[in-house]
Design a protein around this ligand. Structure first.
Ligand code: NAP
Length: 285
């Protein structure tokens, strides 16, 4: 029986990246739908849950993607609302690579030792990756500050993550490199989650800071987010500070994404969101 993955994307076009990884993760056929809204969900999910007998339902799965984390969360909830009894299929949510990227980045940090009580700053943390990374750091026991160029956006992201995951994050406004340098003054962990190609820190902002122990930069598009580091860094030691660049931890991100797709086809009742994907990443790291 063919393993079918239905890709529900909240953007106009289903993500090419997610389609490729879906095949590499073990799907026999990937059916992508773009511009999916909660209003579309009934017919799409009914087609997935009513078509195969119980023992074969595990061969049908759903992947939710798109650039908006908020829209992805709403779509995941709409999909889950349609399930009842054994009329369900496994589902994974990874809007903009949020869960898999954040999980791989934080798993690399957690692999160095306990993060409990450490002060962490997620720079430009209002995007999908930054929000989920902040949650995962907080769940590891770190004290997490999330920055944005505007206070309102930082506050909104912290409130959204509190409402969804019950974590307490501290919002901070940091609109310039110097402001972000000041925001990390007391930090032991820095996770840069800015938009592709957006520089967030200059080298002296962290090189002159004796508190920093661990840094991750998610941005793979030049210039790097954390100036003076390299996208290929894999736990590279910069004078006592361990650094992972976007490609350095990105291999784990891809492996986690593929492994998650494979797991969807193991049974028909799996839900892979932030918590589950983080556990998988930690295990694989
Ligand atoms: P995003 O939503 O595109 O951007 C994150 C935040 O960056 C935005 O919310 C914005 O925050 C801030 N920002 C935008 N332009 C900026 C600028 N010029 N200067 C300073 N801040 C700016 O990012 P994402 O989707 O969460 O992804 C985060 C990063 O991870 C991206 O660089 C992405 O390419 C990368 N990524 C890496 C991997 C990997 O495997 N390494 C996988 C997926 C994604 P405010 O407006 O609130 O300031």
């Amino acid at each position: 029986m063919k393993k079918l993955l239905f890709q529900f994307d909240t953007d106009r076009f289903p993500s090419v990246f997610d389609t490729v990884v879906a095949y590499d993760g073990g799907a026999d056929h990937v059916i992508g739908h773009g511009g999916v809204t909660p209003d579309d969900i009934s017919a799409l999910v009914e087609g997935a849950i009513f078509t195969r007998p119980p023992k074969d339902k595990k061969n049908t799965a759903i992947f939710i993607g798109g650039s908006s984390l908020t829209d992805g969360q709403i779509l995941l909830e709409a999909v889950r609302q349609k399930f009842f009894g054994d009329f369900r299929v496994s589902v994974m949510m990874d809007s903009n690579g949020s869960n898999t990227t954040a999980a791989a980045a934080v798993a690399r940090l957690a692999g160095t030792g306990p993060l409990t009580g450490k002060r962490a700053v997620v720079l430009a943390g209002t995007g999908p990756v930054g929000q989920r990374a902040a949650v995962m750091l907080a769940k590891e026991g770190a004290e997490v500050t999330l920055t944005s160029r505007t206070r309102l956006r930082a506050e909104q992201a912290c409130e959204d993550m509190r409402a969804r995951f019950g974590v307490s994050l501290t919002p901070a406004e940091a609109a310039t490199n110097d402001a972000r340098g000041a925001a990390i003054a007391d930090a032991q962990i820095v996770l840069a989650a800015g938009a592709a190609g957006a520089p967030l820190l200059e080298p002296h902002h962290w090189q002159d800071n004796p508190n920093i122990q661990l840094m991750v930069d998610a941005n793979a598009t030049p210039p790097v987010g954390i100036g003076g580091t390299n996208i290929m860094d894999r736990g590279k030691d910069y004078g006592g500070r361990l650094v992972w660049g976007a490609i350095g931890f990105g291999m784990l991100k891809l492996a986690v994404h593929r492994a998650c797709i494979g797991m969807l086809f193991e049974s028909n009742d799996i839900v892979l969101d932030a918590e589950e994907i983080y556990l998988i990443a930690k295990d694989m790291a």
